[in-house]
Design a protein around this ligand. Sequence first.
Ligand SMILES: C[S@@+](CC[C@H](N)C(=O)[O-])C[C@H]1O[C@@H](n2cnc3c(N)ncnc32)[C@H](O)[C@@H]1O
Length: 445
Amino acid sequence: MSAREAALLTLVAMERQKAWSNGHLKKVIQEQRLDRRDAALATRLCFGVIQNRMLLDHYLQQYSAMKLSKMESKVRNNLRLGLYQMLFMTKIPVSAAVSEGVKLTKKHCKNPRAGGMVNGILRNLARHLDELPTLDRGNPVAYLSLLYSHPQWLVEEWSQQLEAGELEELLRWDNSEPPVTVQVNTCRFQTSQVAAALEEEGMTVTAHPWLPDCLVLTGTGDLTQGRAWQTGMFYPQDPAARLAVLAAGLLPGNKVLDACAAPGGKSFAAAMTMGDQGELYACDLHAHKKALIEAGAARLGLGSITAQVLDARKPRKGWEGTFDTVLADVPCSGLGVIRKKPEIRYKPQEELAGLPALQGEILDNVAHYVKPGGVLLYSTCTLRPQENEAVVRAFLASHGGFSLEGFRLPGPMGEQPEGVCTLWPQRLGTDGFFLAKFRRREDHD
Ligand SMILES: C[S@@+](CC[C@H](N)C(=O)[O-])C[C@H]1O[C@@H](n2cnc3c(N)ncnc32)[C@H](O)[C@@H]1O
């Protein structure tokens, strides 16, 4: 199977089965044994189409008599792949982008006329690539929305938080290629030892500019195949996710609850911060995810972690007031991690409406588990005030026993005296996160 075919099948699966791009693509790459070069090309094509879907569709629609929405999914996505290569992958000859698109359409589409249609539309576009109609700049939000393929409502929301230049930087950032960052398993290995092992596997390794024991990798291929992975030397995690744990100020011997823990990244970071000394309950609602946490903890050799299936909205007998720290890394809209999950931007806005209530419900319940004087750390990987500041305000208004407490983070974020902060990707070079640290008063029941 070619790289283009792998990308096409993933794009179609995303539309039909609501598959995640990354998960489905990895499966196809493994099943079809694509080599490193083809895997990289398939990934670039698939992510590129998702990242630019609105813009591609805007141009394609102007060159097609048939509505794109009425086309068979394989035809529509073949057109997108063809135009994406012409506009964004200038090293690929335009003729190859067209002919491969036509070939794949003929192979995969039921309608015998589909190949001819794809050929006609792509050839016509190829002839006019230098004179595509310019985008209307009349409405800046609509213009940026189309140029960077982000839904208009989202650009509108961010335009209320960021000035124009920064807003565009964020949108551009979302469509850029994310680096691979991993955290060293400091409980068992030195950072230099892990860097050397990864270099031996053929990767280029650099130390993260401001987060200790974090490595930035290029030329990775499938990380899980190497000895460094198999011996538990590291785990993949964005620096922002580790900051969310560092903000809590954990100490060896602490009793910690990670209430929404799967696949386990923050639990692993927490266990490492505590030198694997203490008790760490890593819980998640979904039974199948418990195994993911357990497998990760076993691979890393972290004995302090116990995984459990638990609904963070429901009281758990015997846990009231018993934890030094509770981490509430709640389910959210994920709009801070668009760079890694490009399709998350297209989630219908209505589907996000219930999230603040769910986040509030989880926070209300898990707050009971914090012992007097203990910490509750709220985090999301989104950049929407409704799921961030508004949830914090509502919590404070109904929990007189808790107040925000300042914390210090490594790197450019430094001191956070207010106890809340947004990690903006375009400023920090990380995923987008929101953190709030609450302390329960000693004298409050
Ligand atoms: C943002 S993810 C957590 C990521 C994780 N903390 C990490 O760093 O790897 C949110 C998690 O919350 C879980 N979840 C959703 N509703 C929940 C509930 N009511 N109780 C517990 N977990 C829940 C989801 O299954 C998901 O794994």
